[in-house]
Design a protein. Structure first.
Lengths: 371, 38
């Protein structure tokens, strides 16, 4: 009889809290449309893993097998990079490479948050994994956390994807606080519609891979496979592969990645003060990113003849295309005839590049410092 | 924690300057490619 009631007898209040957290993630995914591709599987995975004596986790549990095969080996995040690479159009950035600078400045949040995490008592590897939430790039956060702090993978992933979908709420108040109305009304010269030669589109991912790989060989899995996906997209002869990568591969791996990460959210590992701190610092990482981009643009304006609308600096984060849209909406709110969308999109694409470069550099620097 | 914070500061200086350096390199190469490849 006791065996029949084993599930009920082993039910603890913490399991119920985790059911509620899983339910909230599912609610946010369905009702609020917050990154549903990831948050829904993560939420359901959390519920599955917290059913007492659940057969999906443990030695022979299917989700534990997936975890060992896909997360511990870094296979899932790396496959996601191929898919993301196939989805990125570097065209706007190639037309306006100046925006690369904002893609660098808006990575400030990664490093500021890393320092903050150290002050809160995390070790350097854990702090770097928490800081990388500021990359505003889910796969990069997962990849770095898998390498440096697998124990923190679940809260880091939840924070990264939650805040990415909250960019329209997080960025505007920070931007308004750091800029004057006059600055927000700055008009930027219309971006010329330069045709990007096909050869440049093909050479770009190869060049990035080689340079980033030589500078930080450990980043090759990260940068190289993202650029491999991009090369498939741009080469012009692999249309079917490009579509399969953008759709079937992306969908399948996202599904497995989400539910597998969710399965790591077991109550005894997740319900602690660290999770709360990571959620808080993740939010700050996005705030610091936004501030870094805006302040850098204001700094450049001290020297530039043709001023940059400082809001564009905030689009240098990786959350594409949400951030660019937020900036355009804010610009039009101040002046309905002001169009900064193209510049913001260029900065946003630069942010996608900047975030993986920052992730790759952290992967190289942190172990070197700890030697 | 003091030592870890020092390492964190070094990682920040290397990391941020590294990101800028790499992206400046990309900027120069992209400019060159866009100028010379038609």
């Amino acid at each position: 009889m006791e065996e029949l009631l084993a599930g009920i007898l082993n039910l603890h209040w913490t399991n119920l809290v985790m059911f509620a957290i899983g339910g909230i993630l599912i609610y946010l995914a369905i009702a609020k449309d917050y990154e549903p591709m990831l948050l829904l599987p993560i939420g359901f995975g959390a519920i599955l893993a917290n059913i007492p004596l659940s057969s999906v986790i443990g030695h022979e549990g299917v989700l534990s097998i997936l975890y060992n095969a896909g997360i511990t080996t870094e296979l899932f995040p790396v496959l996601i990079f191929v898919a993301v690479g196939a989805m990125i159009d570097f065209g706007p950035l190639l037309q306006n490479p100046f925006m690369l600078f904002f893609g660098a400045a808006a990575q400030f949040g990664i490093f500021a948050t890393m320092l903050l995490a150290i002050l809160f008592g995390f070790d350097l590897k854990e702090a770097a994994s928490i800081g990388i939430i500021g990359a505003a790039d889910g796969p990069t956060s997962i990849f770095v956390a898998t390498k440096f702090a697998q124990k923190l993978l679940a809260p880091i992933s939840v924070a990264a994807y939650s805040y990415m979908s909250l960019v329209p709420i997080i960025q505007p108040p920070v931007i308004r606080m750091l800029t004057t109305k006059k600055e927000r009304m700055i008009r930027m010269e219309a971006q010329r519609a330069v045709e990007v030669p096909k050869l440049v589109r093909i050479l770009f991912p190869i060049m990035i891979t080689v340079i980033a790989g030589i500078i930080a060989p450990i980043s090759v899995a990260l940068v190289g496979l993202l650029m491999f996906g991009n090369l498939i997209r741009e080469c012009g002869v692999l249309e079917r592969l490009s579509k399969a990568t953008q759709n079937e591969l992306a969908n399948l791996v996202t599904l497995l990645l989400g539910i597998t990460i969710g399965s790591t959210m077991v109550a005894e590992d997740f319900l602690n003060i660290n999770t709360l701190m990571i959620m808080g610092m993740g939010l700050l990482a996005f705030v610091f990113d936004t501030a870094g981009g805006v302040l850098f643009a204001k700094f450049l304006n001290l020297f530039l003849k043709k001023k940059v609308n400082p809001m564009v600096g905030a689009a240098g984060i990786s959350a594409f295309p949400m951030s660019a849209r937020v900036i355009q909406r804010m610009a039009q709110k101040e002046d309905p005839t002001n169009f900064v969308l193209m510049q913001a999109i260029s900065a946003n694409v630069a942010g996608q590049l900047g975030s993986i470069v920052a992730g790759g550099l952290l992967l190289a620097i942190v172990p070197a410092l700890l030697k | 924690m003091g030592h870890t914070f020092q390492l964190g500061l070094i990682a920040t200086v290397y990391g941020l300057s590294g990101v800028f350096a790499v992206l400046i390199l990309f900027y120069i190469l992209t400019k060159l490619m866009m100028k010379f490849i038609k």
